[in-house]
Design a protein around this ligand. Structure first.
Ligand SMILES: Nc1ncnc2c1ncn2[C@@H]1O[C@H](COP(=O)(O)OP(=O)(O)O)[C@@H](O)[C@H]1O
Ligand SMILES: [Mg+2]
Length: 233
């Protein structure tokens, strides 16, 4: 089975090489837990090292703001060239005029399909799924998300869907996308002692993979992201 490396040191061993190609994986966590940065880390390194072509659709944060943040985290945006497309709402909205009366979801799908025909990306990030649902104004979110997943699967790509979790809540998703997805990676902040907070990462679910479900400490440094065993006091 082909796998897409996460390029998080330590995590690829836990995943026996990475995320199985073709999987739809939820990356869930509260605000500030590195969801966008980790998703970017995965596609950036796959473009740089493994000849993948990728697309990052940012619906929450503008394109320039995302690029600025990723440059600050030592990703060389200039180096990936056209093999990594970053698309934001403004870019999709430009197409809205041409497409006239169609629903937002239809426009989104048309945009994603056209881009697939043009650059043939194998990796897609959608940041985030709750914002996509909000924009699509689903009248029946469960059913419409089910169809959205069906549509995603037909694209034959590996997809990372970012899911915002509400502070203090344990749910990975709001409308059942945790059942529909092939994998769930959870990010969280853990209070250690009275003043310290550490970042944690846990593979909750990964189909076709015999993985550890433990929490690992997530570190970011010069060498990128690393997942290490939590040292319990
Ligand atoms: N240059 C940097 N180096 C290390 N950490 C950073 C840097 N810039 C921002 N951060 C951290 O990244 C966090 C935001 O990460 P992000 O991936 O946007 O989170 P999320 O998408 O989960 O909200 C910030 O709250 C900050 O702690
Ligand atoms: Mg984010």
């Amino acid at each position: 089975m082909k796998r897409v490396k996460t390029y998080i040191h330590g995590l690829d061993d836990i995943l026996h090489g990475g995320i199985p190609q073709g999987h739809i994986v939820l990356l869930a966590g509260e605000p500030g837990t590195y969801k966008s940065s980790l998703a970017f880390n995965i596609i950036y390194n796959n473009v740089m090292n493994d000849k993948h072509v990728a697309c990052y659709i940012t619906l929450e944060q503008g394109r320039e703001s995302l690029i600025q943040q990723m440059s600050g985290m030592n990703f060389d945006i200039g180096a990936v060239g056209n093999n990594l497309s970053i698309v934001d709402l403004a870019l999709i909205r430009k197409n809205l005029e041409k497409l006239g009366q169609q629903s937002w979801m239809q426009i989104f799908k048309t945009y994603a399909c056209n881009l697939k025909e043009n650059i043939d990306y194998s990796l897609l990030v959608i940041d985030s799924l709750p914002v996509l649902s909000l924009l699509a104004e689903f009248s029946n979110p469960r059913i419409e998300l089910f169809h959205f997943f069906e549509w995603l699967r037909e694209m034959n790509i590996t997809c990372i869907l970012i899911s915002e979790m509400a502070s203090g809540k344990e749910e990975y998703s709001q409308t059942g996308e945790d059942f529909l997805s092939d994998g769930i990676i959870l990010l969280k902040m853990e209070k250690v002692g009275d003043v310290n907070v550490q970042r944690r990462i846990r593979v909750v679910k990964m189909r076709a993979t015999d993985h550890s479900s433990d929490f690992f400490t997530l570190l970011f440094g010069k060498a990128g992201f690393t997942a290490t065993r939590v040292i319990s006091e």
